[in-house]
Design a protein around this ligand. Structure first.
Ligand SMILES: [Zn+2]
Length: 183
């Protein structure tokens, strides 16, 4: 299968036979495919953990990958390559300055989008593509979208499944464990 890392590996061994514009289009194609599959992965996880109420392509600033309009939570999944993940990003050998500038611009824009959304009262969560499967990812989303989770894994009735504007929510450790293992 042709994937991002395959493409990079290919670049390493051979001189880039495509010009800048063509390479850029190819990498953009890789990005959109990668994004779709990572979003599908997260959607599956949300269903598995019975987290509902989310929308895709919800028309707010920055168009988050997942959005909970009711509890005003916006989730972005950042591609490791495109946002310069410190864990797994490998810089391409060719056009290095070009890609570095692109990653810097993505980071800058992500910050700006976050700032604007928070000002509008949204809780903004960013997740690295490589961290989607981590229990802490689902816990962060659950904490923000359904508020306190009781030890038995049920939702806190006081907030009626929403956040009631409470920004500093907390899931006790046992509840997080219940959420992880009983659902
Ligand atoms: Zn990563």
């Amino acid at each position: 299968m042709f994937n991002l890392f395959g493409a990079l590996h290919y670049d390493k061994r051979m001189v880039d036979k495509y010009d800048k514009a063509t390479r850029s289009r190819m990498m953009a194609a890789v990005r959109s495919r990668g994004n779709r599959s990572t979003e599908v992965r997260l959607a599956k996880l949300l269903r598995k953990h019975r987290l509902s109420g989310w929308r895709r392509q919800y028309p707010i600033h920055g168009t988050p990958d997942f959005c909970w309009p009711k509890s005003r939570v916006a989730v972005f999944v950042d591609g490791c390559f495109w946002h310069g993940c410190p864990r797994c990003r490998r810089a391409p050998k060719s056009n290095q300055a070009f890609w570095e500038a692109k990653v810097a611009e993505n980071k800058r824009r992500a910050k700006e989008v976050g700032r604007i959304l928070r000002k509008q009262g949204w809780v903004v969560i960013r997740i690295w593509e490589c961290q989607i499967g981590k229990p802490s990812t689902i816990r962060r989303i659950a904490e923000a979208t359904i508020g306190t989770v009781l030890v038995d894994g049920s939702r806190d009735k006081r907030t009626n499944g929403g956040t009631n504007g409470v920004r500093n929510r907390f899931i006790p450790r046992q509840a997080a464990r219940a959420l992880r293992y009983t659902r």
